[in-house]
Design a protein around this ligand. Structure first.
Ligand SMILES: [Zn+2]
Length: 287
């Protein structure tokens, strides 16, 4: 096989990408030894390919990550035990949208910064931010319609519920730890240490409840609706808590229950979660 100048030029991109047959490769290589123009062009293609690889390492990593998950899932199907579940959890870390991790950390860092700068009404800021940030992140953990890695993971034999629960555990756990860290920072800065528990009790219950609502709404109506509903509910809660709104005693009491961590908020959050996960839409419904 022998290629002329024009035929070689047509093959240069494929040559750089490594998709030619052995015979075609040899023919292109033979022409490159004789033709400086083509040799220069081939070098350009090679550098473009290198740049693309550098710019998009995920594209190269992802198939590897996914094949790992598939291998784990294949062995995990028969019996679930703690190490297998732990691996499933870890396997979801690179697949959950990266923005969730950074956005939560950023907003809460900002919250702590503002709080410490104000040195007044500090705790209120964290108590307002932490549940909202968690709920918004959770609205995005399960949206196959615009999440390629999730779409592929769902095509595997692992139960979609298990994937959902793994992601929920990760994102909620992450936000919980962030909230705990921020509470500790605030408490260390001027308040007594006991304030950590007090602070925690103020945001944990609302965080559970708002996250459960956000997840349920996002599973049924999509991520955007999940965020919209969480933000709206939270806005109403903030408005009603402010002194500007007149409330009767019964409303004040129910609001106080919803605004703290207690049996009612935890059980209600668990019930919403059960219903949401139990009624998980089939994949076909997203198509
Ligand atoms: Zn040539």
């Amino acid at each position: 096989m022998k290629l002329d100048h024009a035929e070689t030029r047509e093959q240069l991109a494929a040559f750089a990408a490594g998709t030619l047959s052995a015979e075609e490769r040899a023919a292109v290589a033979a022409h490159l030894r004789e033709c400086a123009v083509c040799a220069r062009e081939a070098a350009e293609w090679a550098s473009i390919r290198g740049a693309v690889r550098q710019a998009a390492p995920e594209a190269i990593l992802r198939p590897h990550v996914l094949s790992n998950i598939h291998a784990r899932i294949a062995t995990a199907e028969t019996h679930f035990n703690a190490p297998v579940l732990w691996q499933l959890l870890l396997a979801q870390v690179p697949l959950v949208r990266r923005q969730i991790w950074t956005a939560s950390a950023l907003v809460l860092t900002l919250g702590v910064g503002v709080t410490l700068a104000l040195r007044y009404g500090a705790d209120a800021f964290l108590v307002l931010l932490a549940p909202l940030v968690a709920a918004i992140g959770i609205a995005f953990i399960y949206s196959p319609e615009n999440d390629a890695p999730l779409e592929i993971t769902l095509a595997t034999p692992t139960s979609p519920r298990l994937i959902l629960l793994a992601r929920l555990t990760l994102v909620f756990g992450y936000n919980f730890l962030l909230g705990l860290l921020c509470s500790t920072l605030i408490a260390l800065n001027g308040h007594a240490m006991v304030a950590v528990q007090l602070l925690l009790m103020q945001w944990l219950g609302p965080m559970l409840l708002l996250s459960a609502i956000s997840l349920a709404a996002s599973l049924r109506l999509g991520s955007t609706a999940g965020v919209g509903i969480a933000v709206t509910l939270w806005g109403v809660r903030v408005m009603m808590t402010s002194s500007a709104v007149q409330l009767n005693l019964a409303m004040q009491q129910s609001l106080a229950v919803l605004n703290s961590t207690n049996v009612f908020t935890v059980v209600l959050a668990a019930l919403i979660l059960l219903v949401a996960v139990g009624w998980l839409p089939n994949q076909e419904q997203f198509a």
